[in-house]
Write a protein that binds this ligand. Structure first.
Ligand code: NAP
Length: 314
């Protein structure tokens, strides 16, 4: 527990999965709100959140959750943000900050903004942190430490509200960056969305192969393939919504990726070792840069407390 003063009187978290649950745990550990109230779509999740005892109140509806709050964060799939904004819009107190955690920003801004009153401050956010797990038990307070959180406030947003949300995310341990929604979507298309698409593809391809080779795919999955299976275990609803809502940027990056794949395919076919070596040397330097800037470590899972290293073979 830290002694830091609460930044907010009352925070509402709509949705309590990996991200909502991690925000609740971290905000509580840091003492960032006098009261945290939450709701989730299903009775099952709401009951589980009550059992966990992490928040001060669990309520039945989104409207009820946002009454009298000075910060509400939508922690739900991207495709659900517009309809939920419509539900809560007229219940928001003047001066309330409205945010989200969606992995796509352009579509979320377009879907949510029309439903929010002018008296509320809309500051969309995307914590670039996650695991392949989901649901109310999957969150942990350390998730955001030393990870980036990107804010994409629309032009003209009250700078005090932006600063307040920046301070909130910084208190959760994140490094905060501000950019436009379009720029966010382009950057994340290459750093996150395309890698997930490739993982989903390659694991699917190997699965087809597994019909023939059976357990070989599992037995010899050390190295590259195992990392892909972890990414490909990510939540299907979340990732369906990401690709539906960041279509243009993903297709643009996919075009470039296919060109590069064709170049490497040609190098393999022609036995062009020099081209392969040059390419792999360049990519190795990128990995070194990521480690040097502290975005990852040589350790298997960033040395995080939740990492169950015992489960990892070799
Ligand atoms: P999660 O663990 O699956 O939790 C999702 C929550 O949203 C649950 O409480 C669920 O309620 C609720 N929900 C699902 N569909 C809904 C709907 N149609 N209307 C209202 N509520 C709905 O997901 P998560 O990983 O926390 O992801 C939440 C958001 O964070 C997504 O927008 C995602 O893009 C973003 N994000 C995820 C990651 C990551 O790595 N997972 C990283 C950064 C940002 P029930 O439990 O009652 O079904």
């Amino acid at each position: 527990m830290s002694n830091s003063q609460p930044h907010f009187n009352k925070i509402a978290l709509i949705g309590f999965g990996l991200i909502g649950g991690s925000i609740a745990r971290a905000a509580r550990a840091q003492g960032l709100a006098k009261e945290i109230v939450t709701t989730a779509r299903s009775e099952k999740t709401r009951a589980r959140v009550k059992e966990l005892g992490i928040v001060d109140a669990v309520v039945e509806s989104n409207e009820e959750a946002v009454k009298g709050v000075d910060l509400v964060i939508l922690c739900i799939p991207v495709g659900a943000c517009g309809p939920v904004a419509q539900e809560i819009g007229s219940y928001l107190a003047p001066g309330a900050i409205v945010s989200d955690v969606g992995s796509v920003k352009g579509a979320v801004v377009k879907d949510m903004a029309p439903h929010l009153p002018a008296t509320a401050h809309f500051v969309p956010a995307h914590p670039v942190a996650g695991t392949e797990h989901s649901g109310p038990d999957s969150g942990f307070a350390e998730l955001f430490i030393n990870r980036w959180c990107i804010l994409t406030p629309p032009v003209g947003t009250d700078p005090n509200a932006v600063e307040k949300l920046r301070a909130f995310w910084a208190a959760l341990g994140a490094k905060v960056e501000i950019m436009t929604p379009d720029h966010h979507d382009l950057v994340l298309a290459i750093t996150s969305h395309l890698p997930h698409l490739i993982a989903y593809t390659i694991v699917g391809t190997a699965d087809e192969l597994a019909q023939v080779t059976s357990s070989e795919v599992i037995n010899f999955s050390a190295g590259g393939f195992r990392d892909f299976t972890r990414i490909a275990a990510s939540d299907p609803t979340m990732w369906r919504d990401v690709f539906l809502n960041n279509k243009d940027a993903v297709l643009e990056m996919l075009g470039t990726f296919n060109e590069d794949l064709s170049r490497l395919t040609r190098a393999i076919r022609r036995g062009d070792g020099e081209a392969l070596f040059e390419h792999f040397t360049r990519t190795r330097a990128i990995r070194r840069g990521i480690v040097e800037t502290g975005q990852d470590s040589e350790a298997p899972d960033f040395g995080r407390p939740h990492a169950n290293l015992a489960k990892r073979p070799d």
